[in-house]
Ligand binder design. Structure first.
Ligand code: ATP
Length: 234
């Protein structure tokens, strides 16, 4: 579904992504793990057109998307849930979800998808009239994922969904990611919580200072000594 080849991204003179190659197949959950500053966020932002690659190929369903404008990305079927959620703080939960569907005109299906999101996250339904900025961190994360689902994505890019959440909420969010994937959405998950991410992913890539150091099935990575020492706490 998504193929990234020899991607190179710079911030001015800083070479943040140094020739990475990875792919996400239809139906998979693939995780990019790595320490602070490894280049995970930069990679996701480049896939969704927010940053431009200096060199490399990004193809989605066989089409080169490396020059596509960020606002055209949802039309292709890619939704990005950014780090730090970035919900529309002044709007209600319901309005945020409606905004997620702004590229669509199919009113009936939009209503069905709203119900689907409320089924995934009943808390959002209870709080549909609440101003999003007053939601808890976990609720805002649910809303950000729900808003992304309102575009009916084929590929969902998730940037650190567990960041700053209490352990019980982390489990809830990860279990929901599995449910969303089970319903047919392919997922590229960026996480610092390598253990949890690998437990729900099919495959993973370990990013270190802008390069892919290792990749394999989740099972392979979870039992790899290097990964265990550096990312799974031994
Ligand atoms: P984190 O888990 O801390 O978010 P990350 O793996 O997502 O880390 P990136 O945010 O992609 O890492 O950063 C990759 C590298 O690029 C880092 O060295 C970072 O300092 C640098 N970088 C990121 N954003 C910018 C920017 N706007 N200007 C200059 N350098 C940047």
């Amino acid at each position: 579904m998504l193929k990234v080849k020899d991607l190179n991204v710079y911030y001015g003179k800083i070479h943040a992504i140094k020739g990475i190659t990875f792919e996400v197949n239809d139906g998979e959950i693939v995780t990019l793990i790595g320490a602070n500053g490894a280049g995970k966020t930069t990679t996701l932002q480049t896939v969704s057109g927010l940053l431009r690659a200096e060199k490399g190929i990004i193809s989605f369903q066989g089409e080169d998307i490396s020059k596509v404008k960020p606002y055209q990305i949802p039309d292709l079927g890619i939704a990005h849930v950014p780090e730090g959620r970035q919900v529309f703080a002044e709007m209600t939960v319901y309005e945020n979800l409606v905004m997620g569907a702004f590229i669509r005109k199919d009113k009936r299906e939009i209503a069905q998808d709203m119900e689907m999101v409320f089924n995934y996250f009943p808390r959002l339904k209870e709080r549909s009239k609440q101003i999003a900025g007053t939601l808890s961190g976990g609720e805002q994360q649910m809303l950000a994922i729900g808003r992304a689902l309102m575009t009916r994505p084929k590929l969902l890019l998730l940037d650190e969904p567990s960041m700053g959440l209490a352990p019980i909420l982390v489990d809830e969010i990860f279990s929901m990611i599995q449910t969303i994937n089970g319903a047919g959405t392919t997922i590229l998950l960026v996480e610092q919580n390598a253990n949890k991410a690998l437990r729900i992913a099919n495959r993973g890539y370990v990013l270190e200072t802008g390069k892919i150091k290792l990749h394999g099935t989740s099972e392979e990575l979870l039992t790899n000594d290097e990964v265990r020492t550096a990312y799974l706490g031994g």
